[in-house]
Design a protein around this ligand. Structure first.
Ligand code: NI
Length: 136
């Protein structure tokens, strides 16, 4: 059976600050520059969730994208959209909310709701030119 990858795009706006509590403001600024602004800043995150698997003979689907859309809505958008990631999202209370770490958190949130036989990959754009991928 042919293996196909299906993708669903989603979007959320969030504020964050990149910093380590155990570093001085100077050191944080040296490493994270303006991303370490103590007053936070926002990004328009673009998310692509990709699932790879064989086509189901009965439905012709790899996975129902309506169900995937709903999972993203419940587990990602409702948690992250219009939130301050550092302050309002439990996962980032002690984890720097870089695009890398956000992608891993999203992967972990979605993985447990998806069938094991599907491969999952997260692509997260923090800006139109900066993006990360994570596949577990
Ligand atoms: Ni930033």
């Amino acid at each position: 059976m042919p293996k196909v990858t299906v993708h669903r795009k989603a979007h959320f706006n969030s504020a964050h600050r990149l910093y380590r509590k155990d570093w001085s403001d100077e050191k944080n600024f040296e490493v994270f520059s303006k991303c370490s602004n103590p007053n936070f800043h926002g990004h328009n995150y673009e998310l692509i969730v990709s699932l790879t698997g064989v086509i189901d003979k009965e439905t012709g689907y790899v996975y129902d994208l309506g169900i995937l859309s709903n999972l993203i809505k419940i587990h990602v958008e409702e948690s992250f959209d219009h939130k301050n990631l550092n302050i309002e999202v439990e996962e980032f209370k002690n984890l720097n909310p870089t695009a890398e770490n956000i992608a891993v958190v999203i992967y972990d949130k979605l993985r447990k709701h998806l069938p094991n036989y599907l491969e999952l990959e997260i692509t997260l754009y923090e800006t139109p030119r900066n993006f990360v991928t994570y596949a577990g």
